[in-house]
Design a protein around this ligand. Sequence first.
Ligand code: AHR
Length: 503
Amino acid sequence: MARSKKATLIVDKEYRIAEIDPRLFGSFVEHLGRCVYEGIYEPTHPSADSCGFRQDVAKLIRELNIPLIRYPGGNFVSGYRWEDGVGPRENRPRKLDLAWRTIETNQVGTDEFIAWAANMDAEVNMTVNLGTRGPEEARNLIEYCNHSGGSMYSDLRKANGHAEAYAIKTWSLGNEMDGPWQIGHKTAYEYGRVACEAAKVMKWVDPEIELVACGSSQSRMPTFPEWEATVLEETFEQIDYLSIHSYYGNPENDTANYLAKSLEMDQYIRSVLSTCDYVRARKRSSKVINLSFDEWNVWYHSREADTKIEPWSTAPHLLEDIYNFEDALLVGCLLITLLKHADRVKIACLAQLVNVIAPIMTEKNGTAWRQTIFYPFAHASAYGRGVALVPVVSSPTYDSRDFSDVPLLETVAVYNEERSMVTIFAVNRDAAEDLTVDCDLRSFEGYVPVEHTVLKHDDLKAVNSSGREVVAPVASELPSIDGGRMQLRLPPLSWNVVRLEKR
Ligand code: AHR
């Protein structure tokens, strides 16, 4: 038998982190590159429905079980006029999108997107433009979407063929307003003030909504975490969540260090939560501000290619990262990290959904296929519903360039009481050996393993392509269980999903 390292894990239903908010498995569609046009929408595609949306893409999106989609940006939203995207399509203007230096045709807008998302069983996290616009336009958009009727914008929605209000619950107050690259970039105080005033009037139009204010666009920003503290000072009473964004990459080609980058995500979450709680203490408040990690993913493969894209075309091939197997392993570690923070991270959006740093790729007039990162996300979204349990882990560790004491075992368990099911998600970060995990299932008497799915590949750089999905999960032998102790063997560098059900 192959050599194996050893770890232990205790899974106990009493060690609860929190009930997982399904919105933790959200995604993101921006008017950027080929995410909307040639991605979800391509009226000339053979699979397009009567509204122009690709059904081959829709099928793959449904496999991801996405409950929430952030829209329409991203950097794009900071120059967007939502009014350009409603009403008869032939009257909609072609505009320069300054964020991505492309042409926006406005053929897809608010009404089409909301209808499409409903078709995907997803609610919309609508982002308002606080770059070039402000509270007035934000309140008008919420009136258009959420007010029943009898007012200018709600009646405009009706005239556009949508009698019922959309009742959109989750709204974001701008995007990455701390970034100098943002159209209408602001200081923390300037943004905090405008976000507060926008939030007030939006909640006056619809008191049922929940609001996300912009945190920093990444932890390396020079204004982090002062930005968070100042924005919260100004908006604390009005908002419900603070956003957090982060992208990861392996430009150094250092796998051990790359796979440890989920520790950086963990630290980032902890720092932002500390800042939220610091402001709560300053305000002598009992209100808890939770997090919306509404942009996260791997993003680095396409950066060089993007510098060569000619400006002012429609649907250029921007941010088209082709993900390898190693990226899927990191995405697995990042998903586990988010689940371990389910008590405070209530919303998260994998950025993005199709073609643009995405789990799904398309060819114009051709096929749609699953990238490597599709699988850990699909698994976590399918089985990461219920209560996240504290993983009590003892694991061998390693040191890498930027991290020390990195556990070889990255894991979390989720208990779904309704389905009498426990799912263990686990990554073995070790490149050389199996990891045998002695799992103490103490409080799950009568539970037996029914599935062990593994994602692995001999070549860390293996990628999927149209019609050739070489990185795909396989069913593995079920782990043995005896007296409430399960021996789980994780192959080197693998993503694992082990499901147990009560018998
Ligand atoms: O997701 C791509 C871009 O990354 C978004 O437009 C922006 O918010 C972030 O910088």
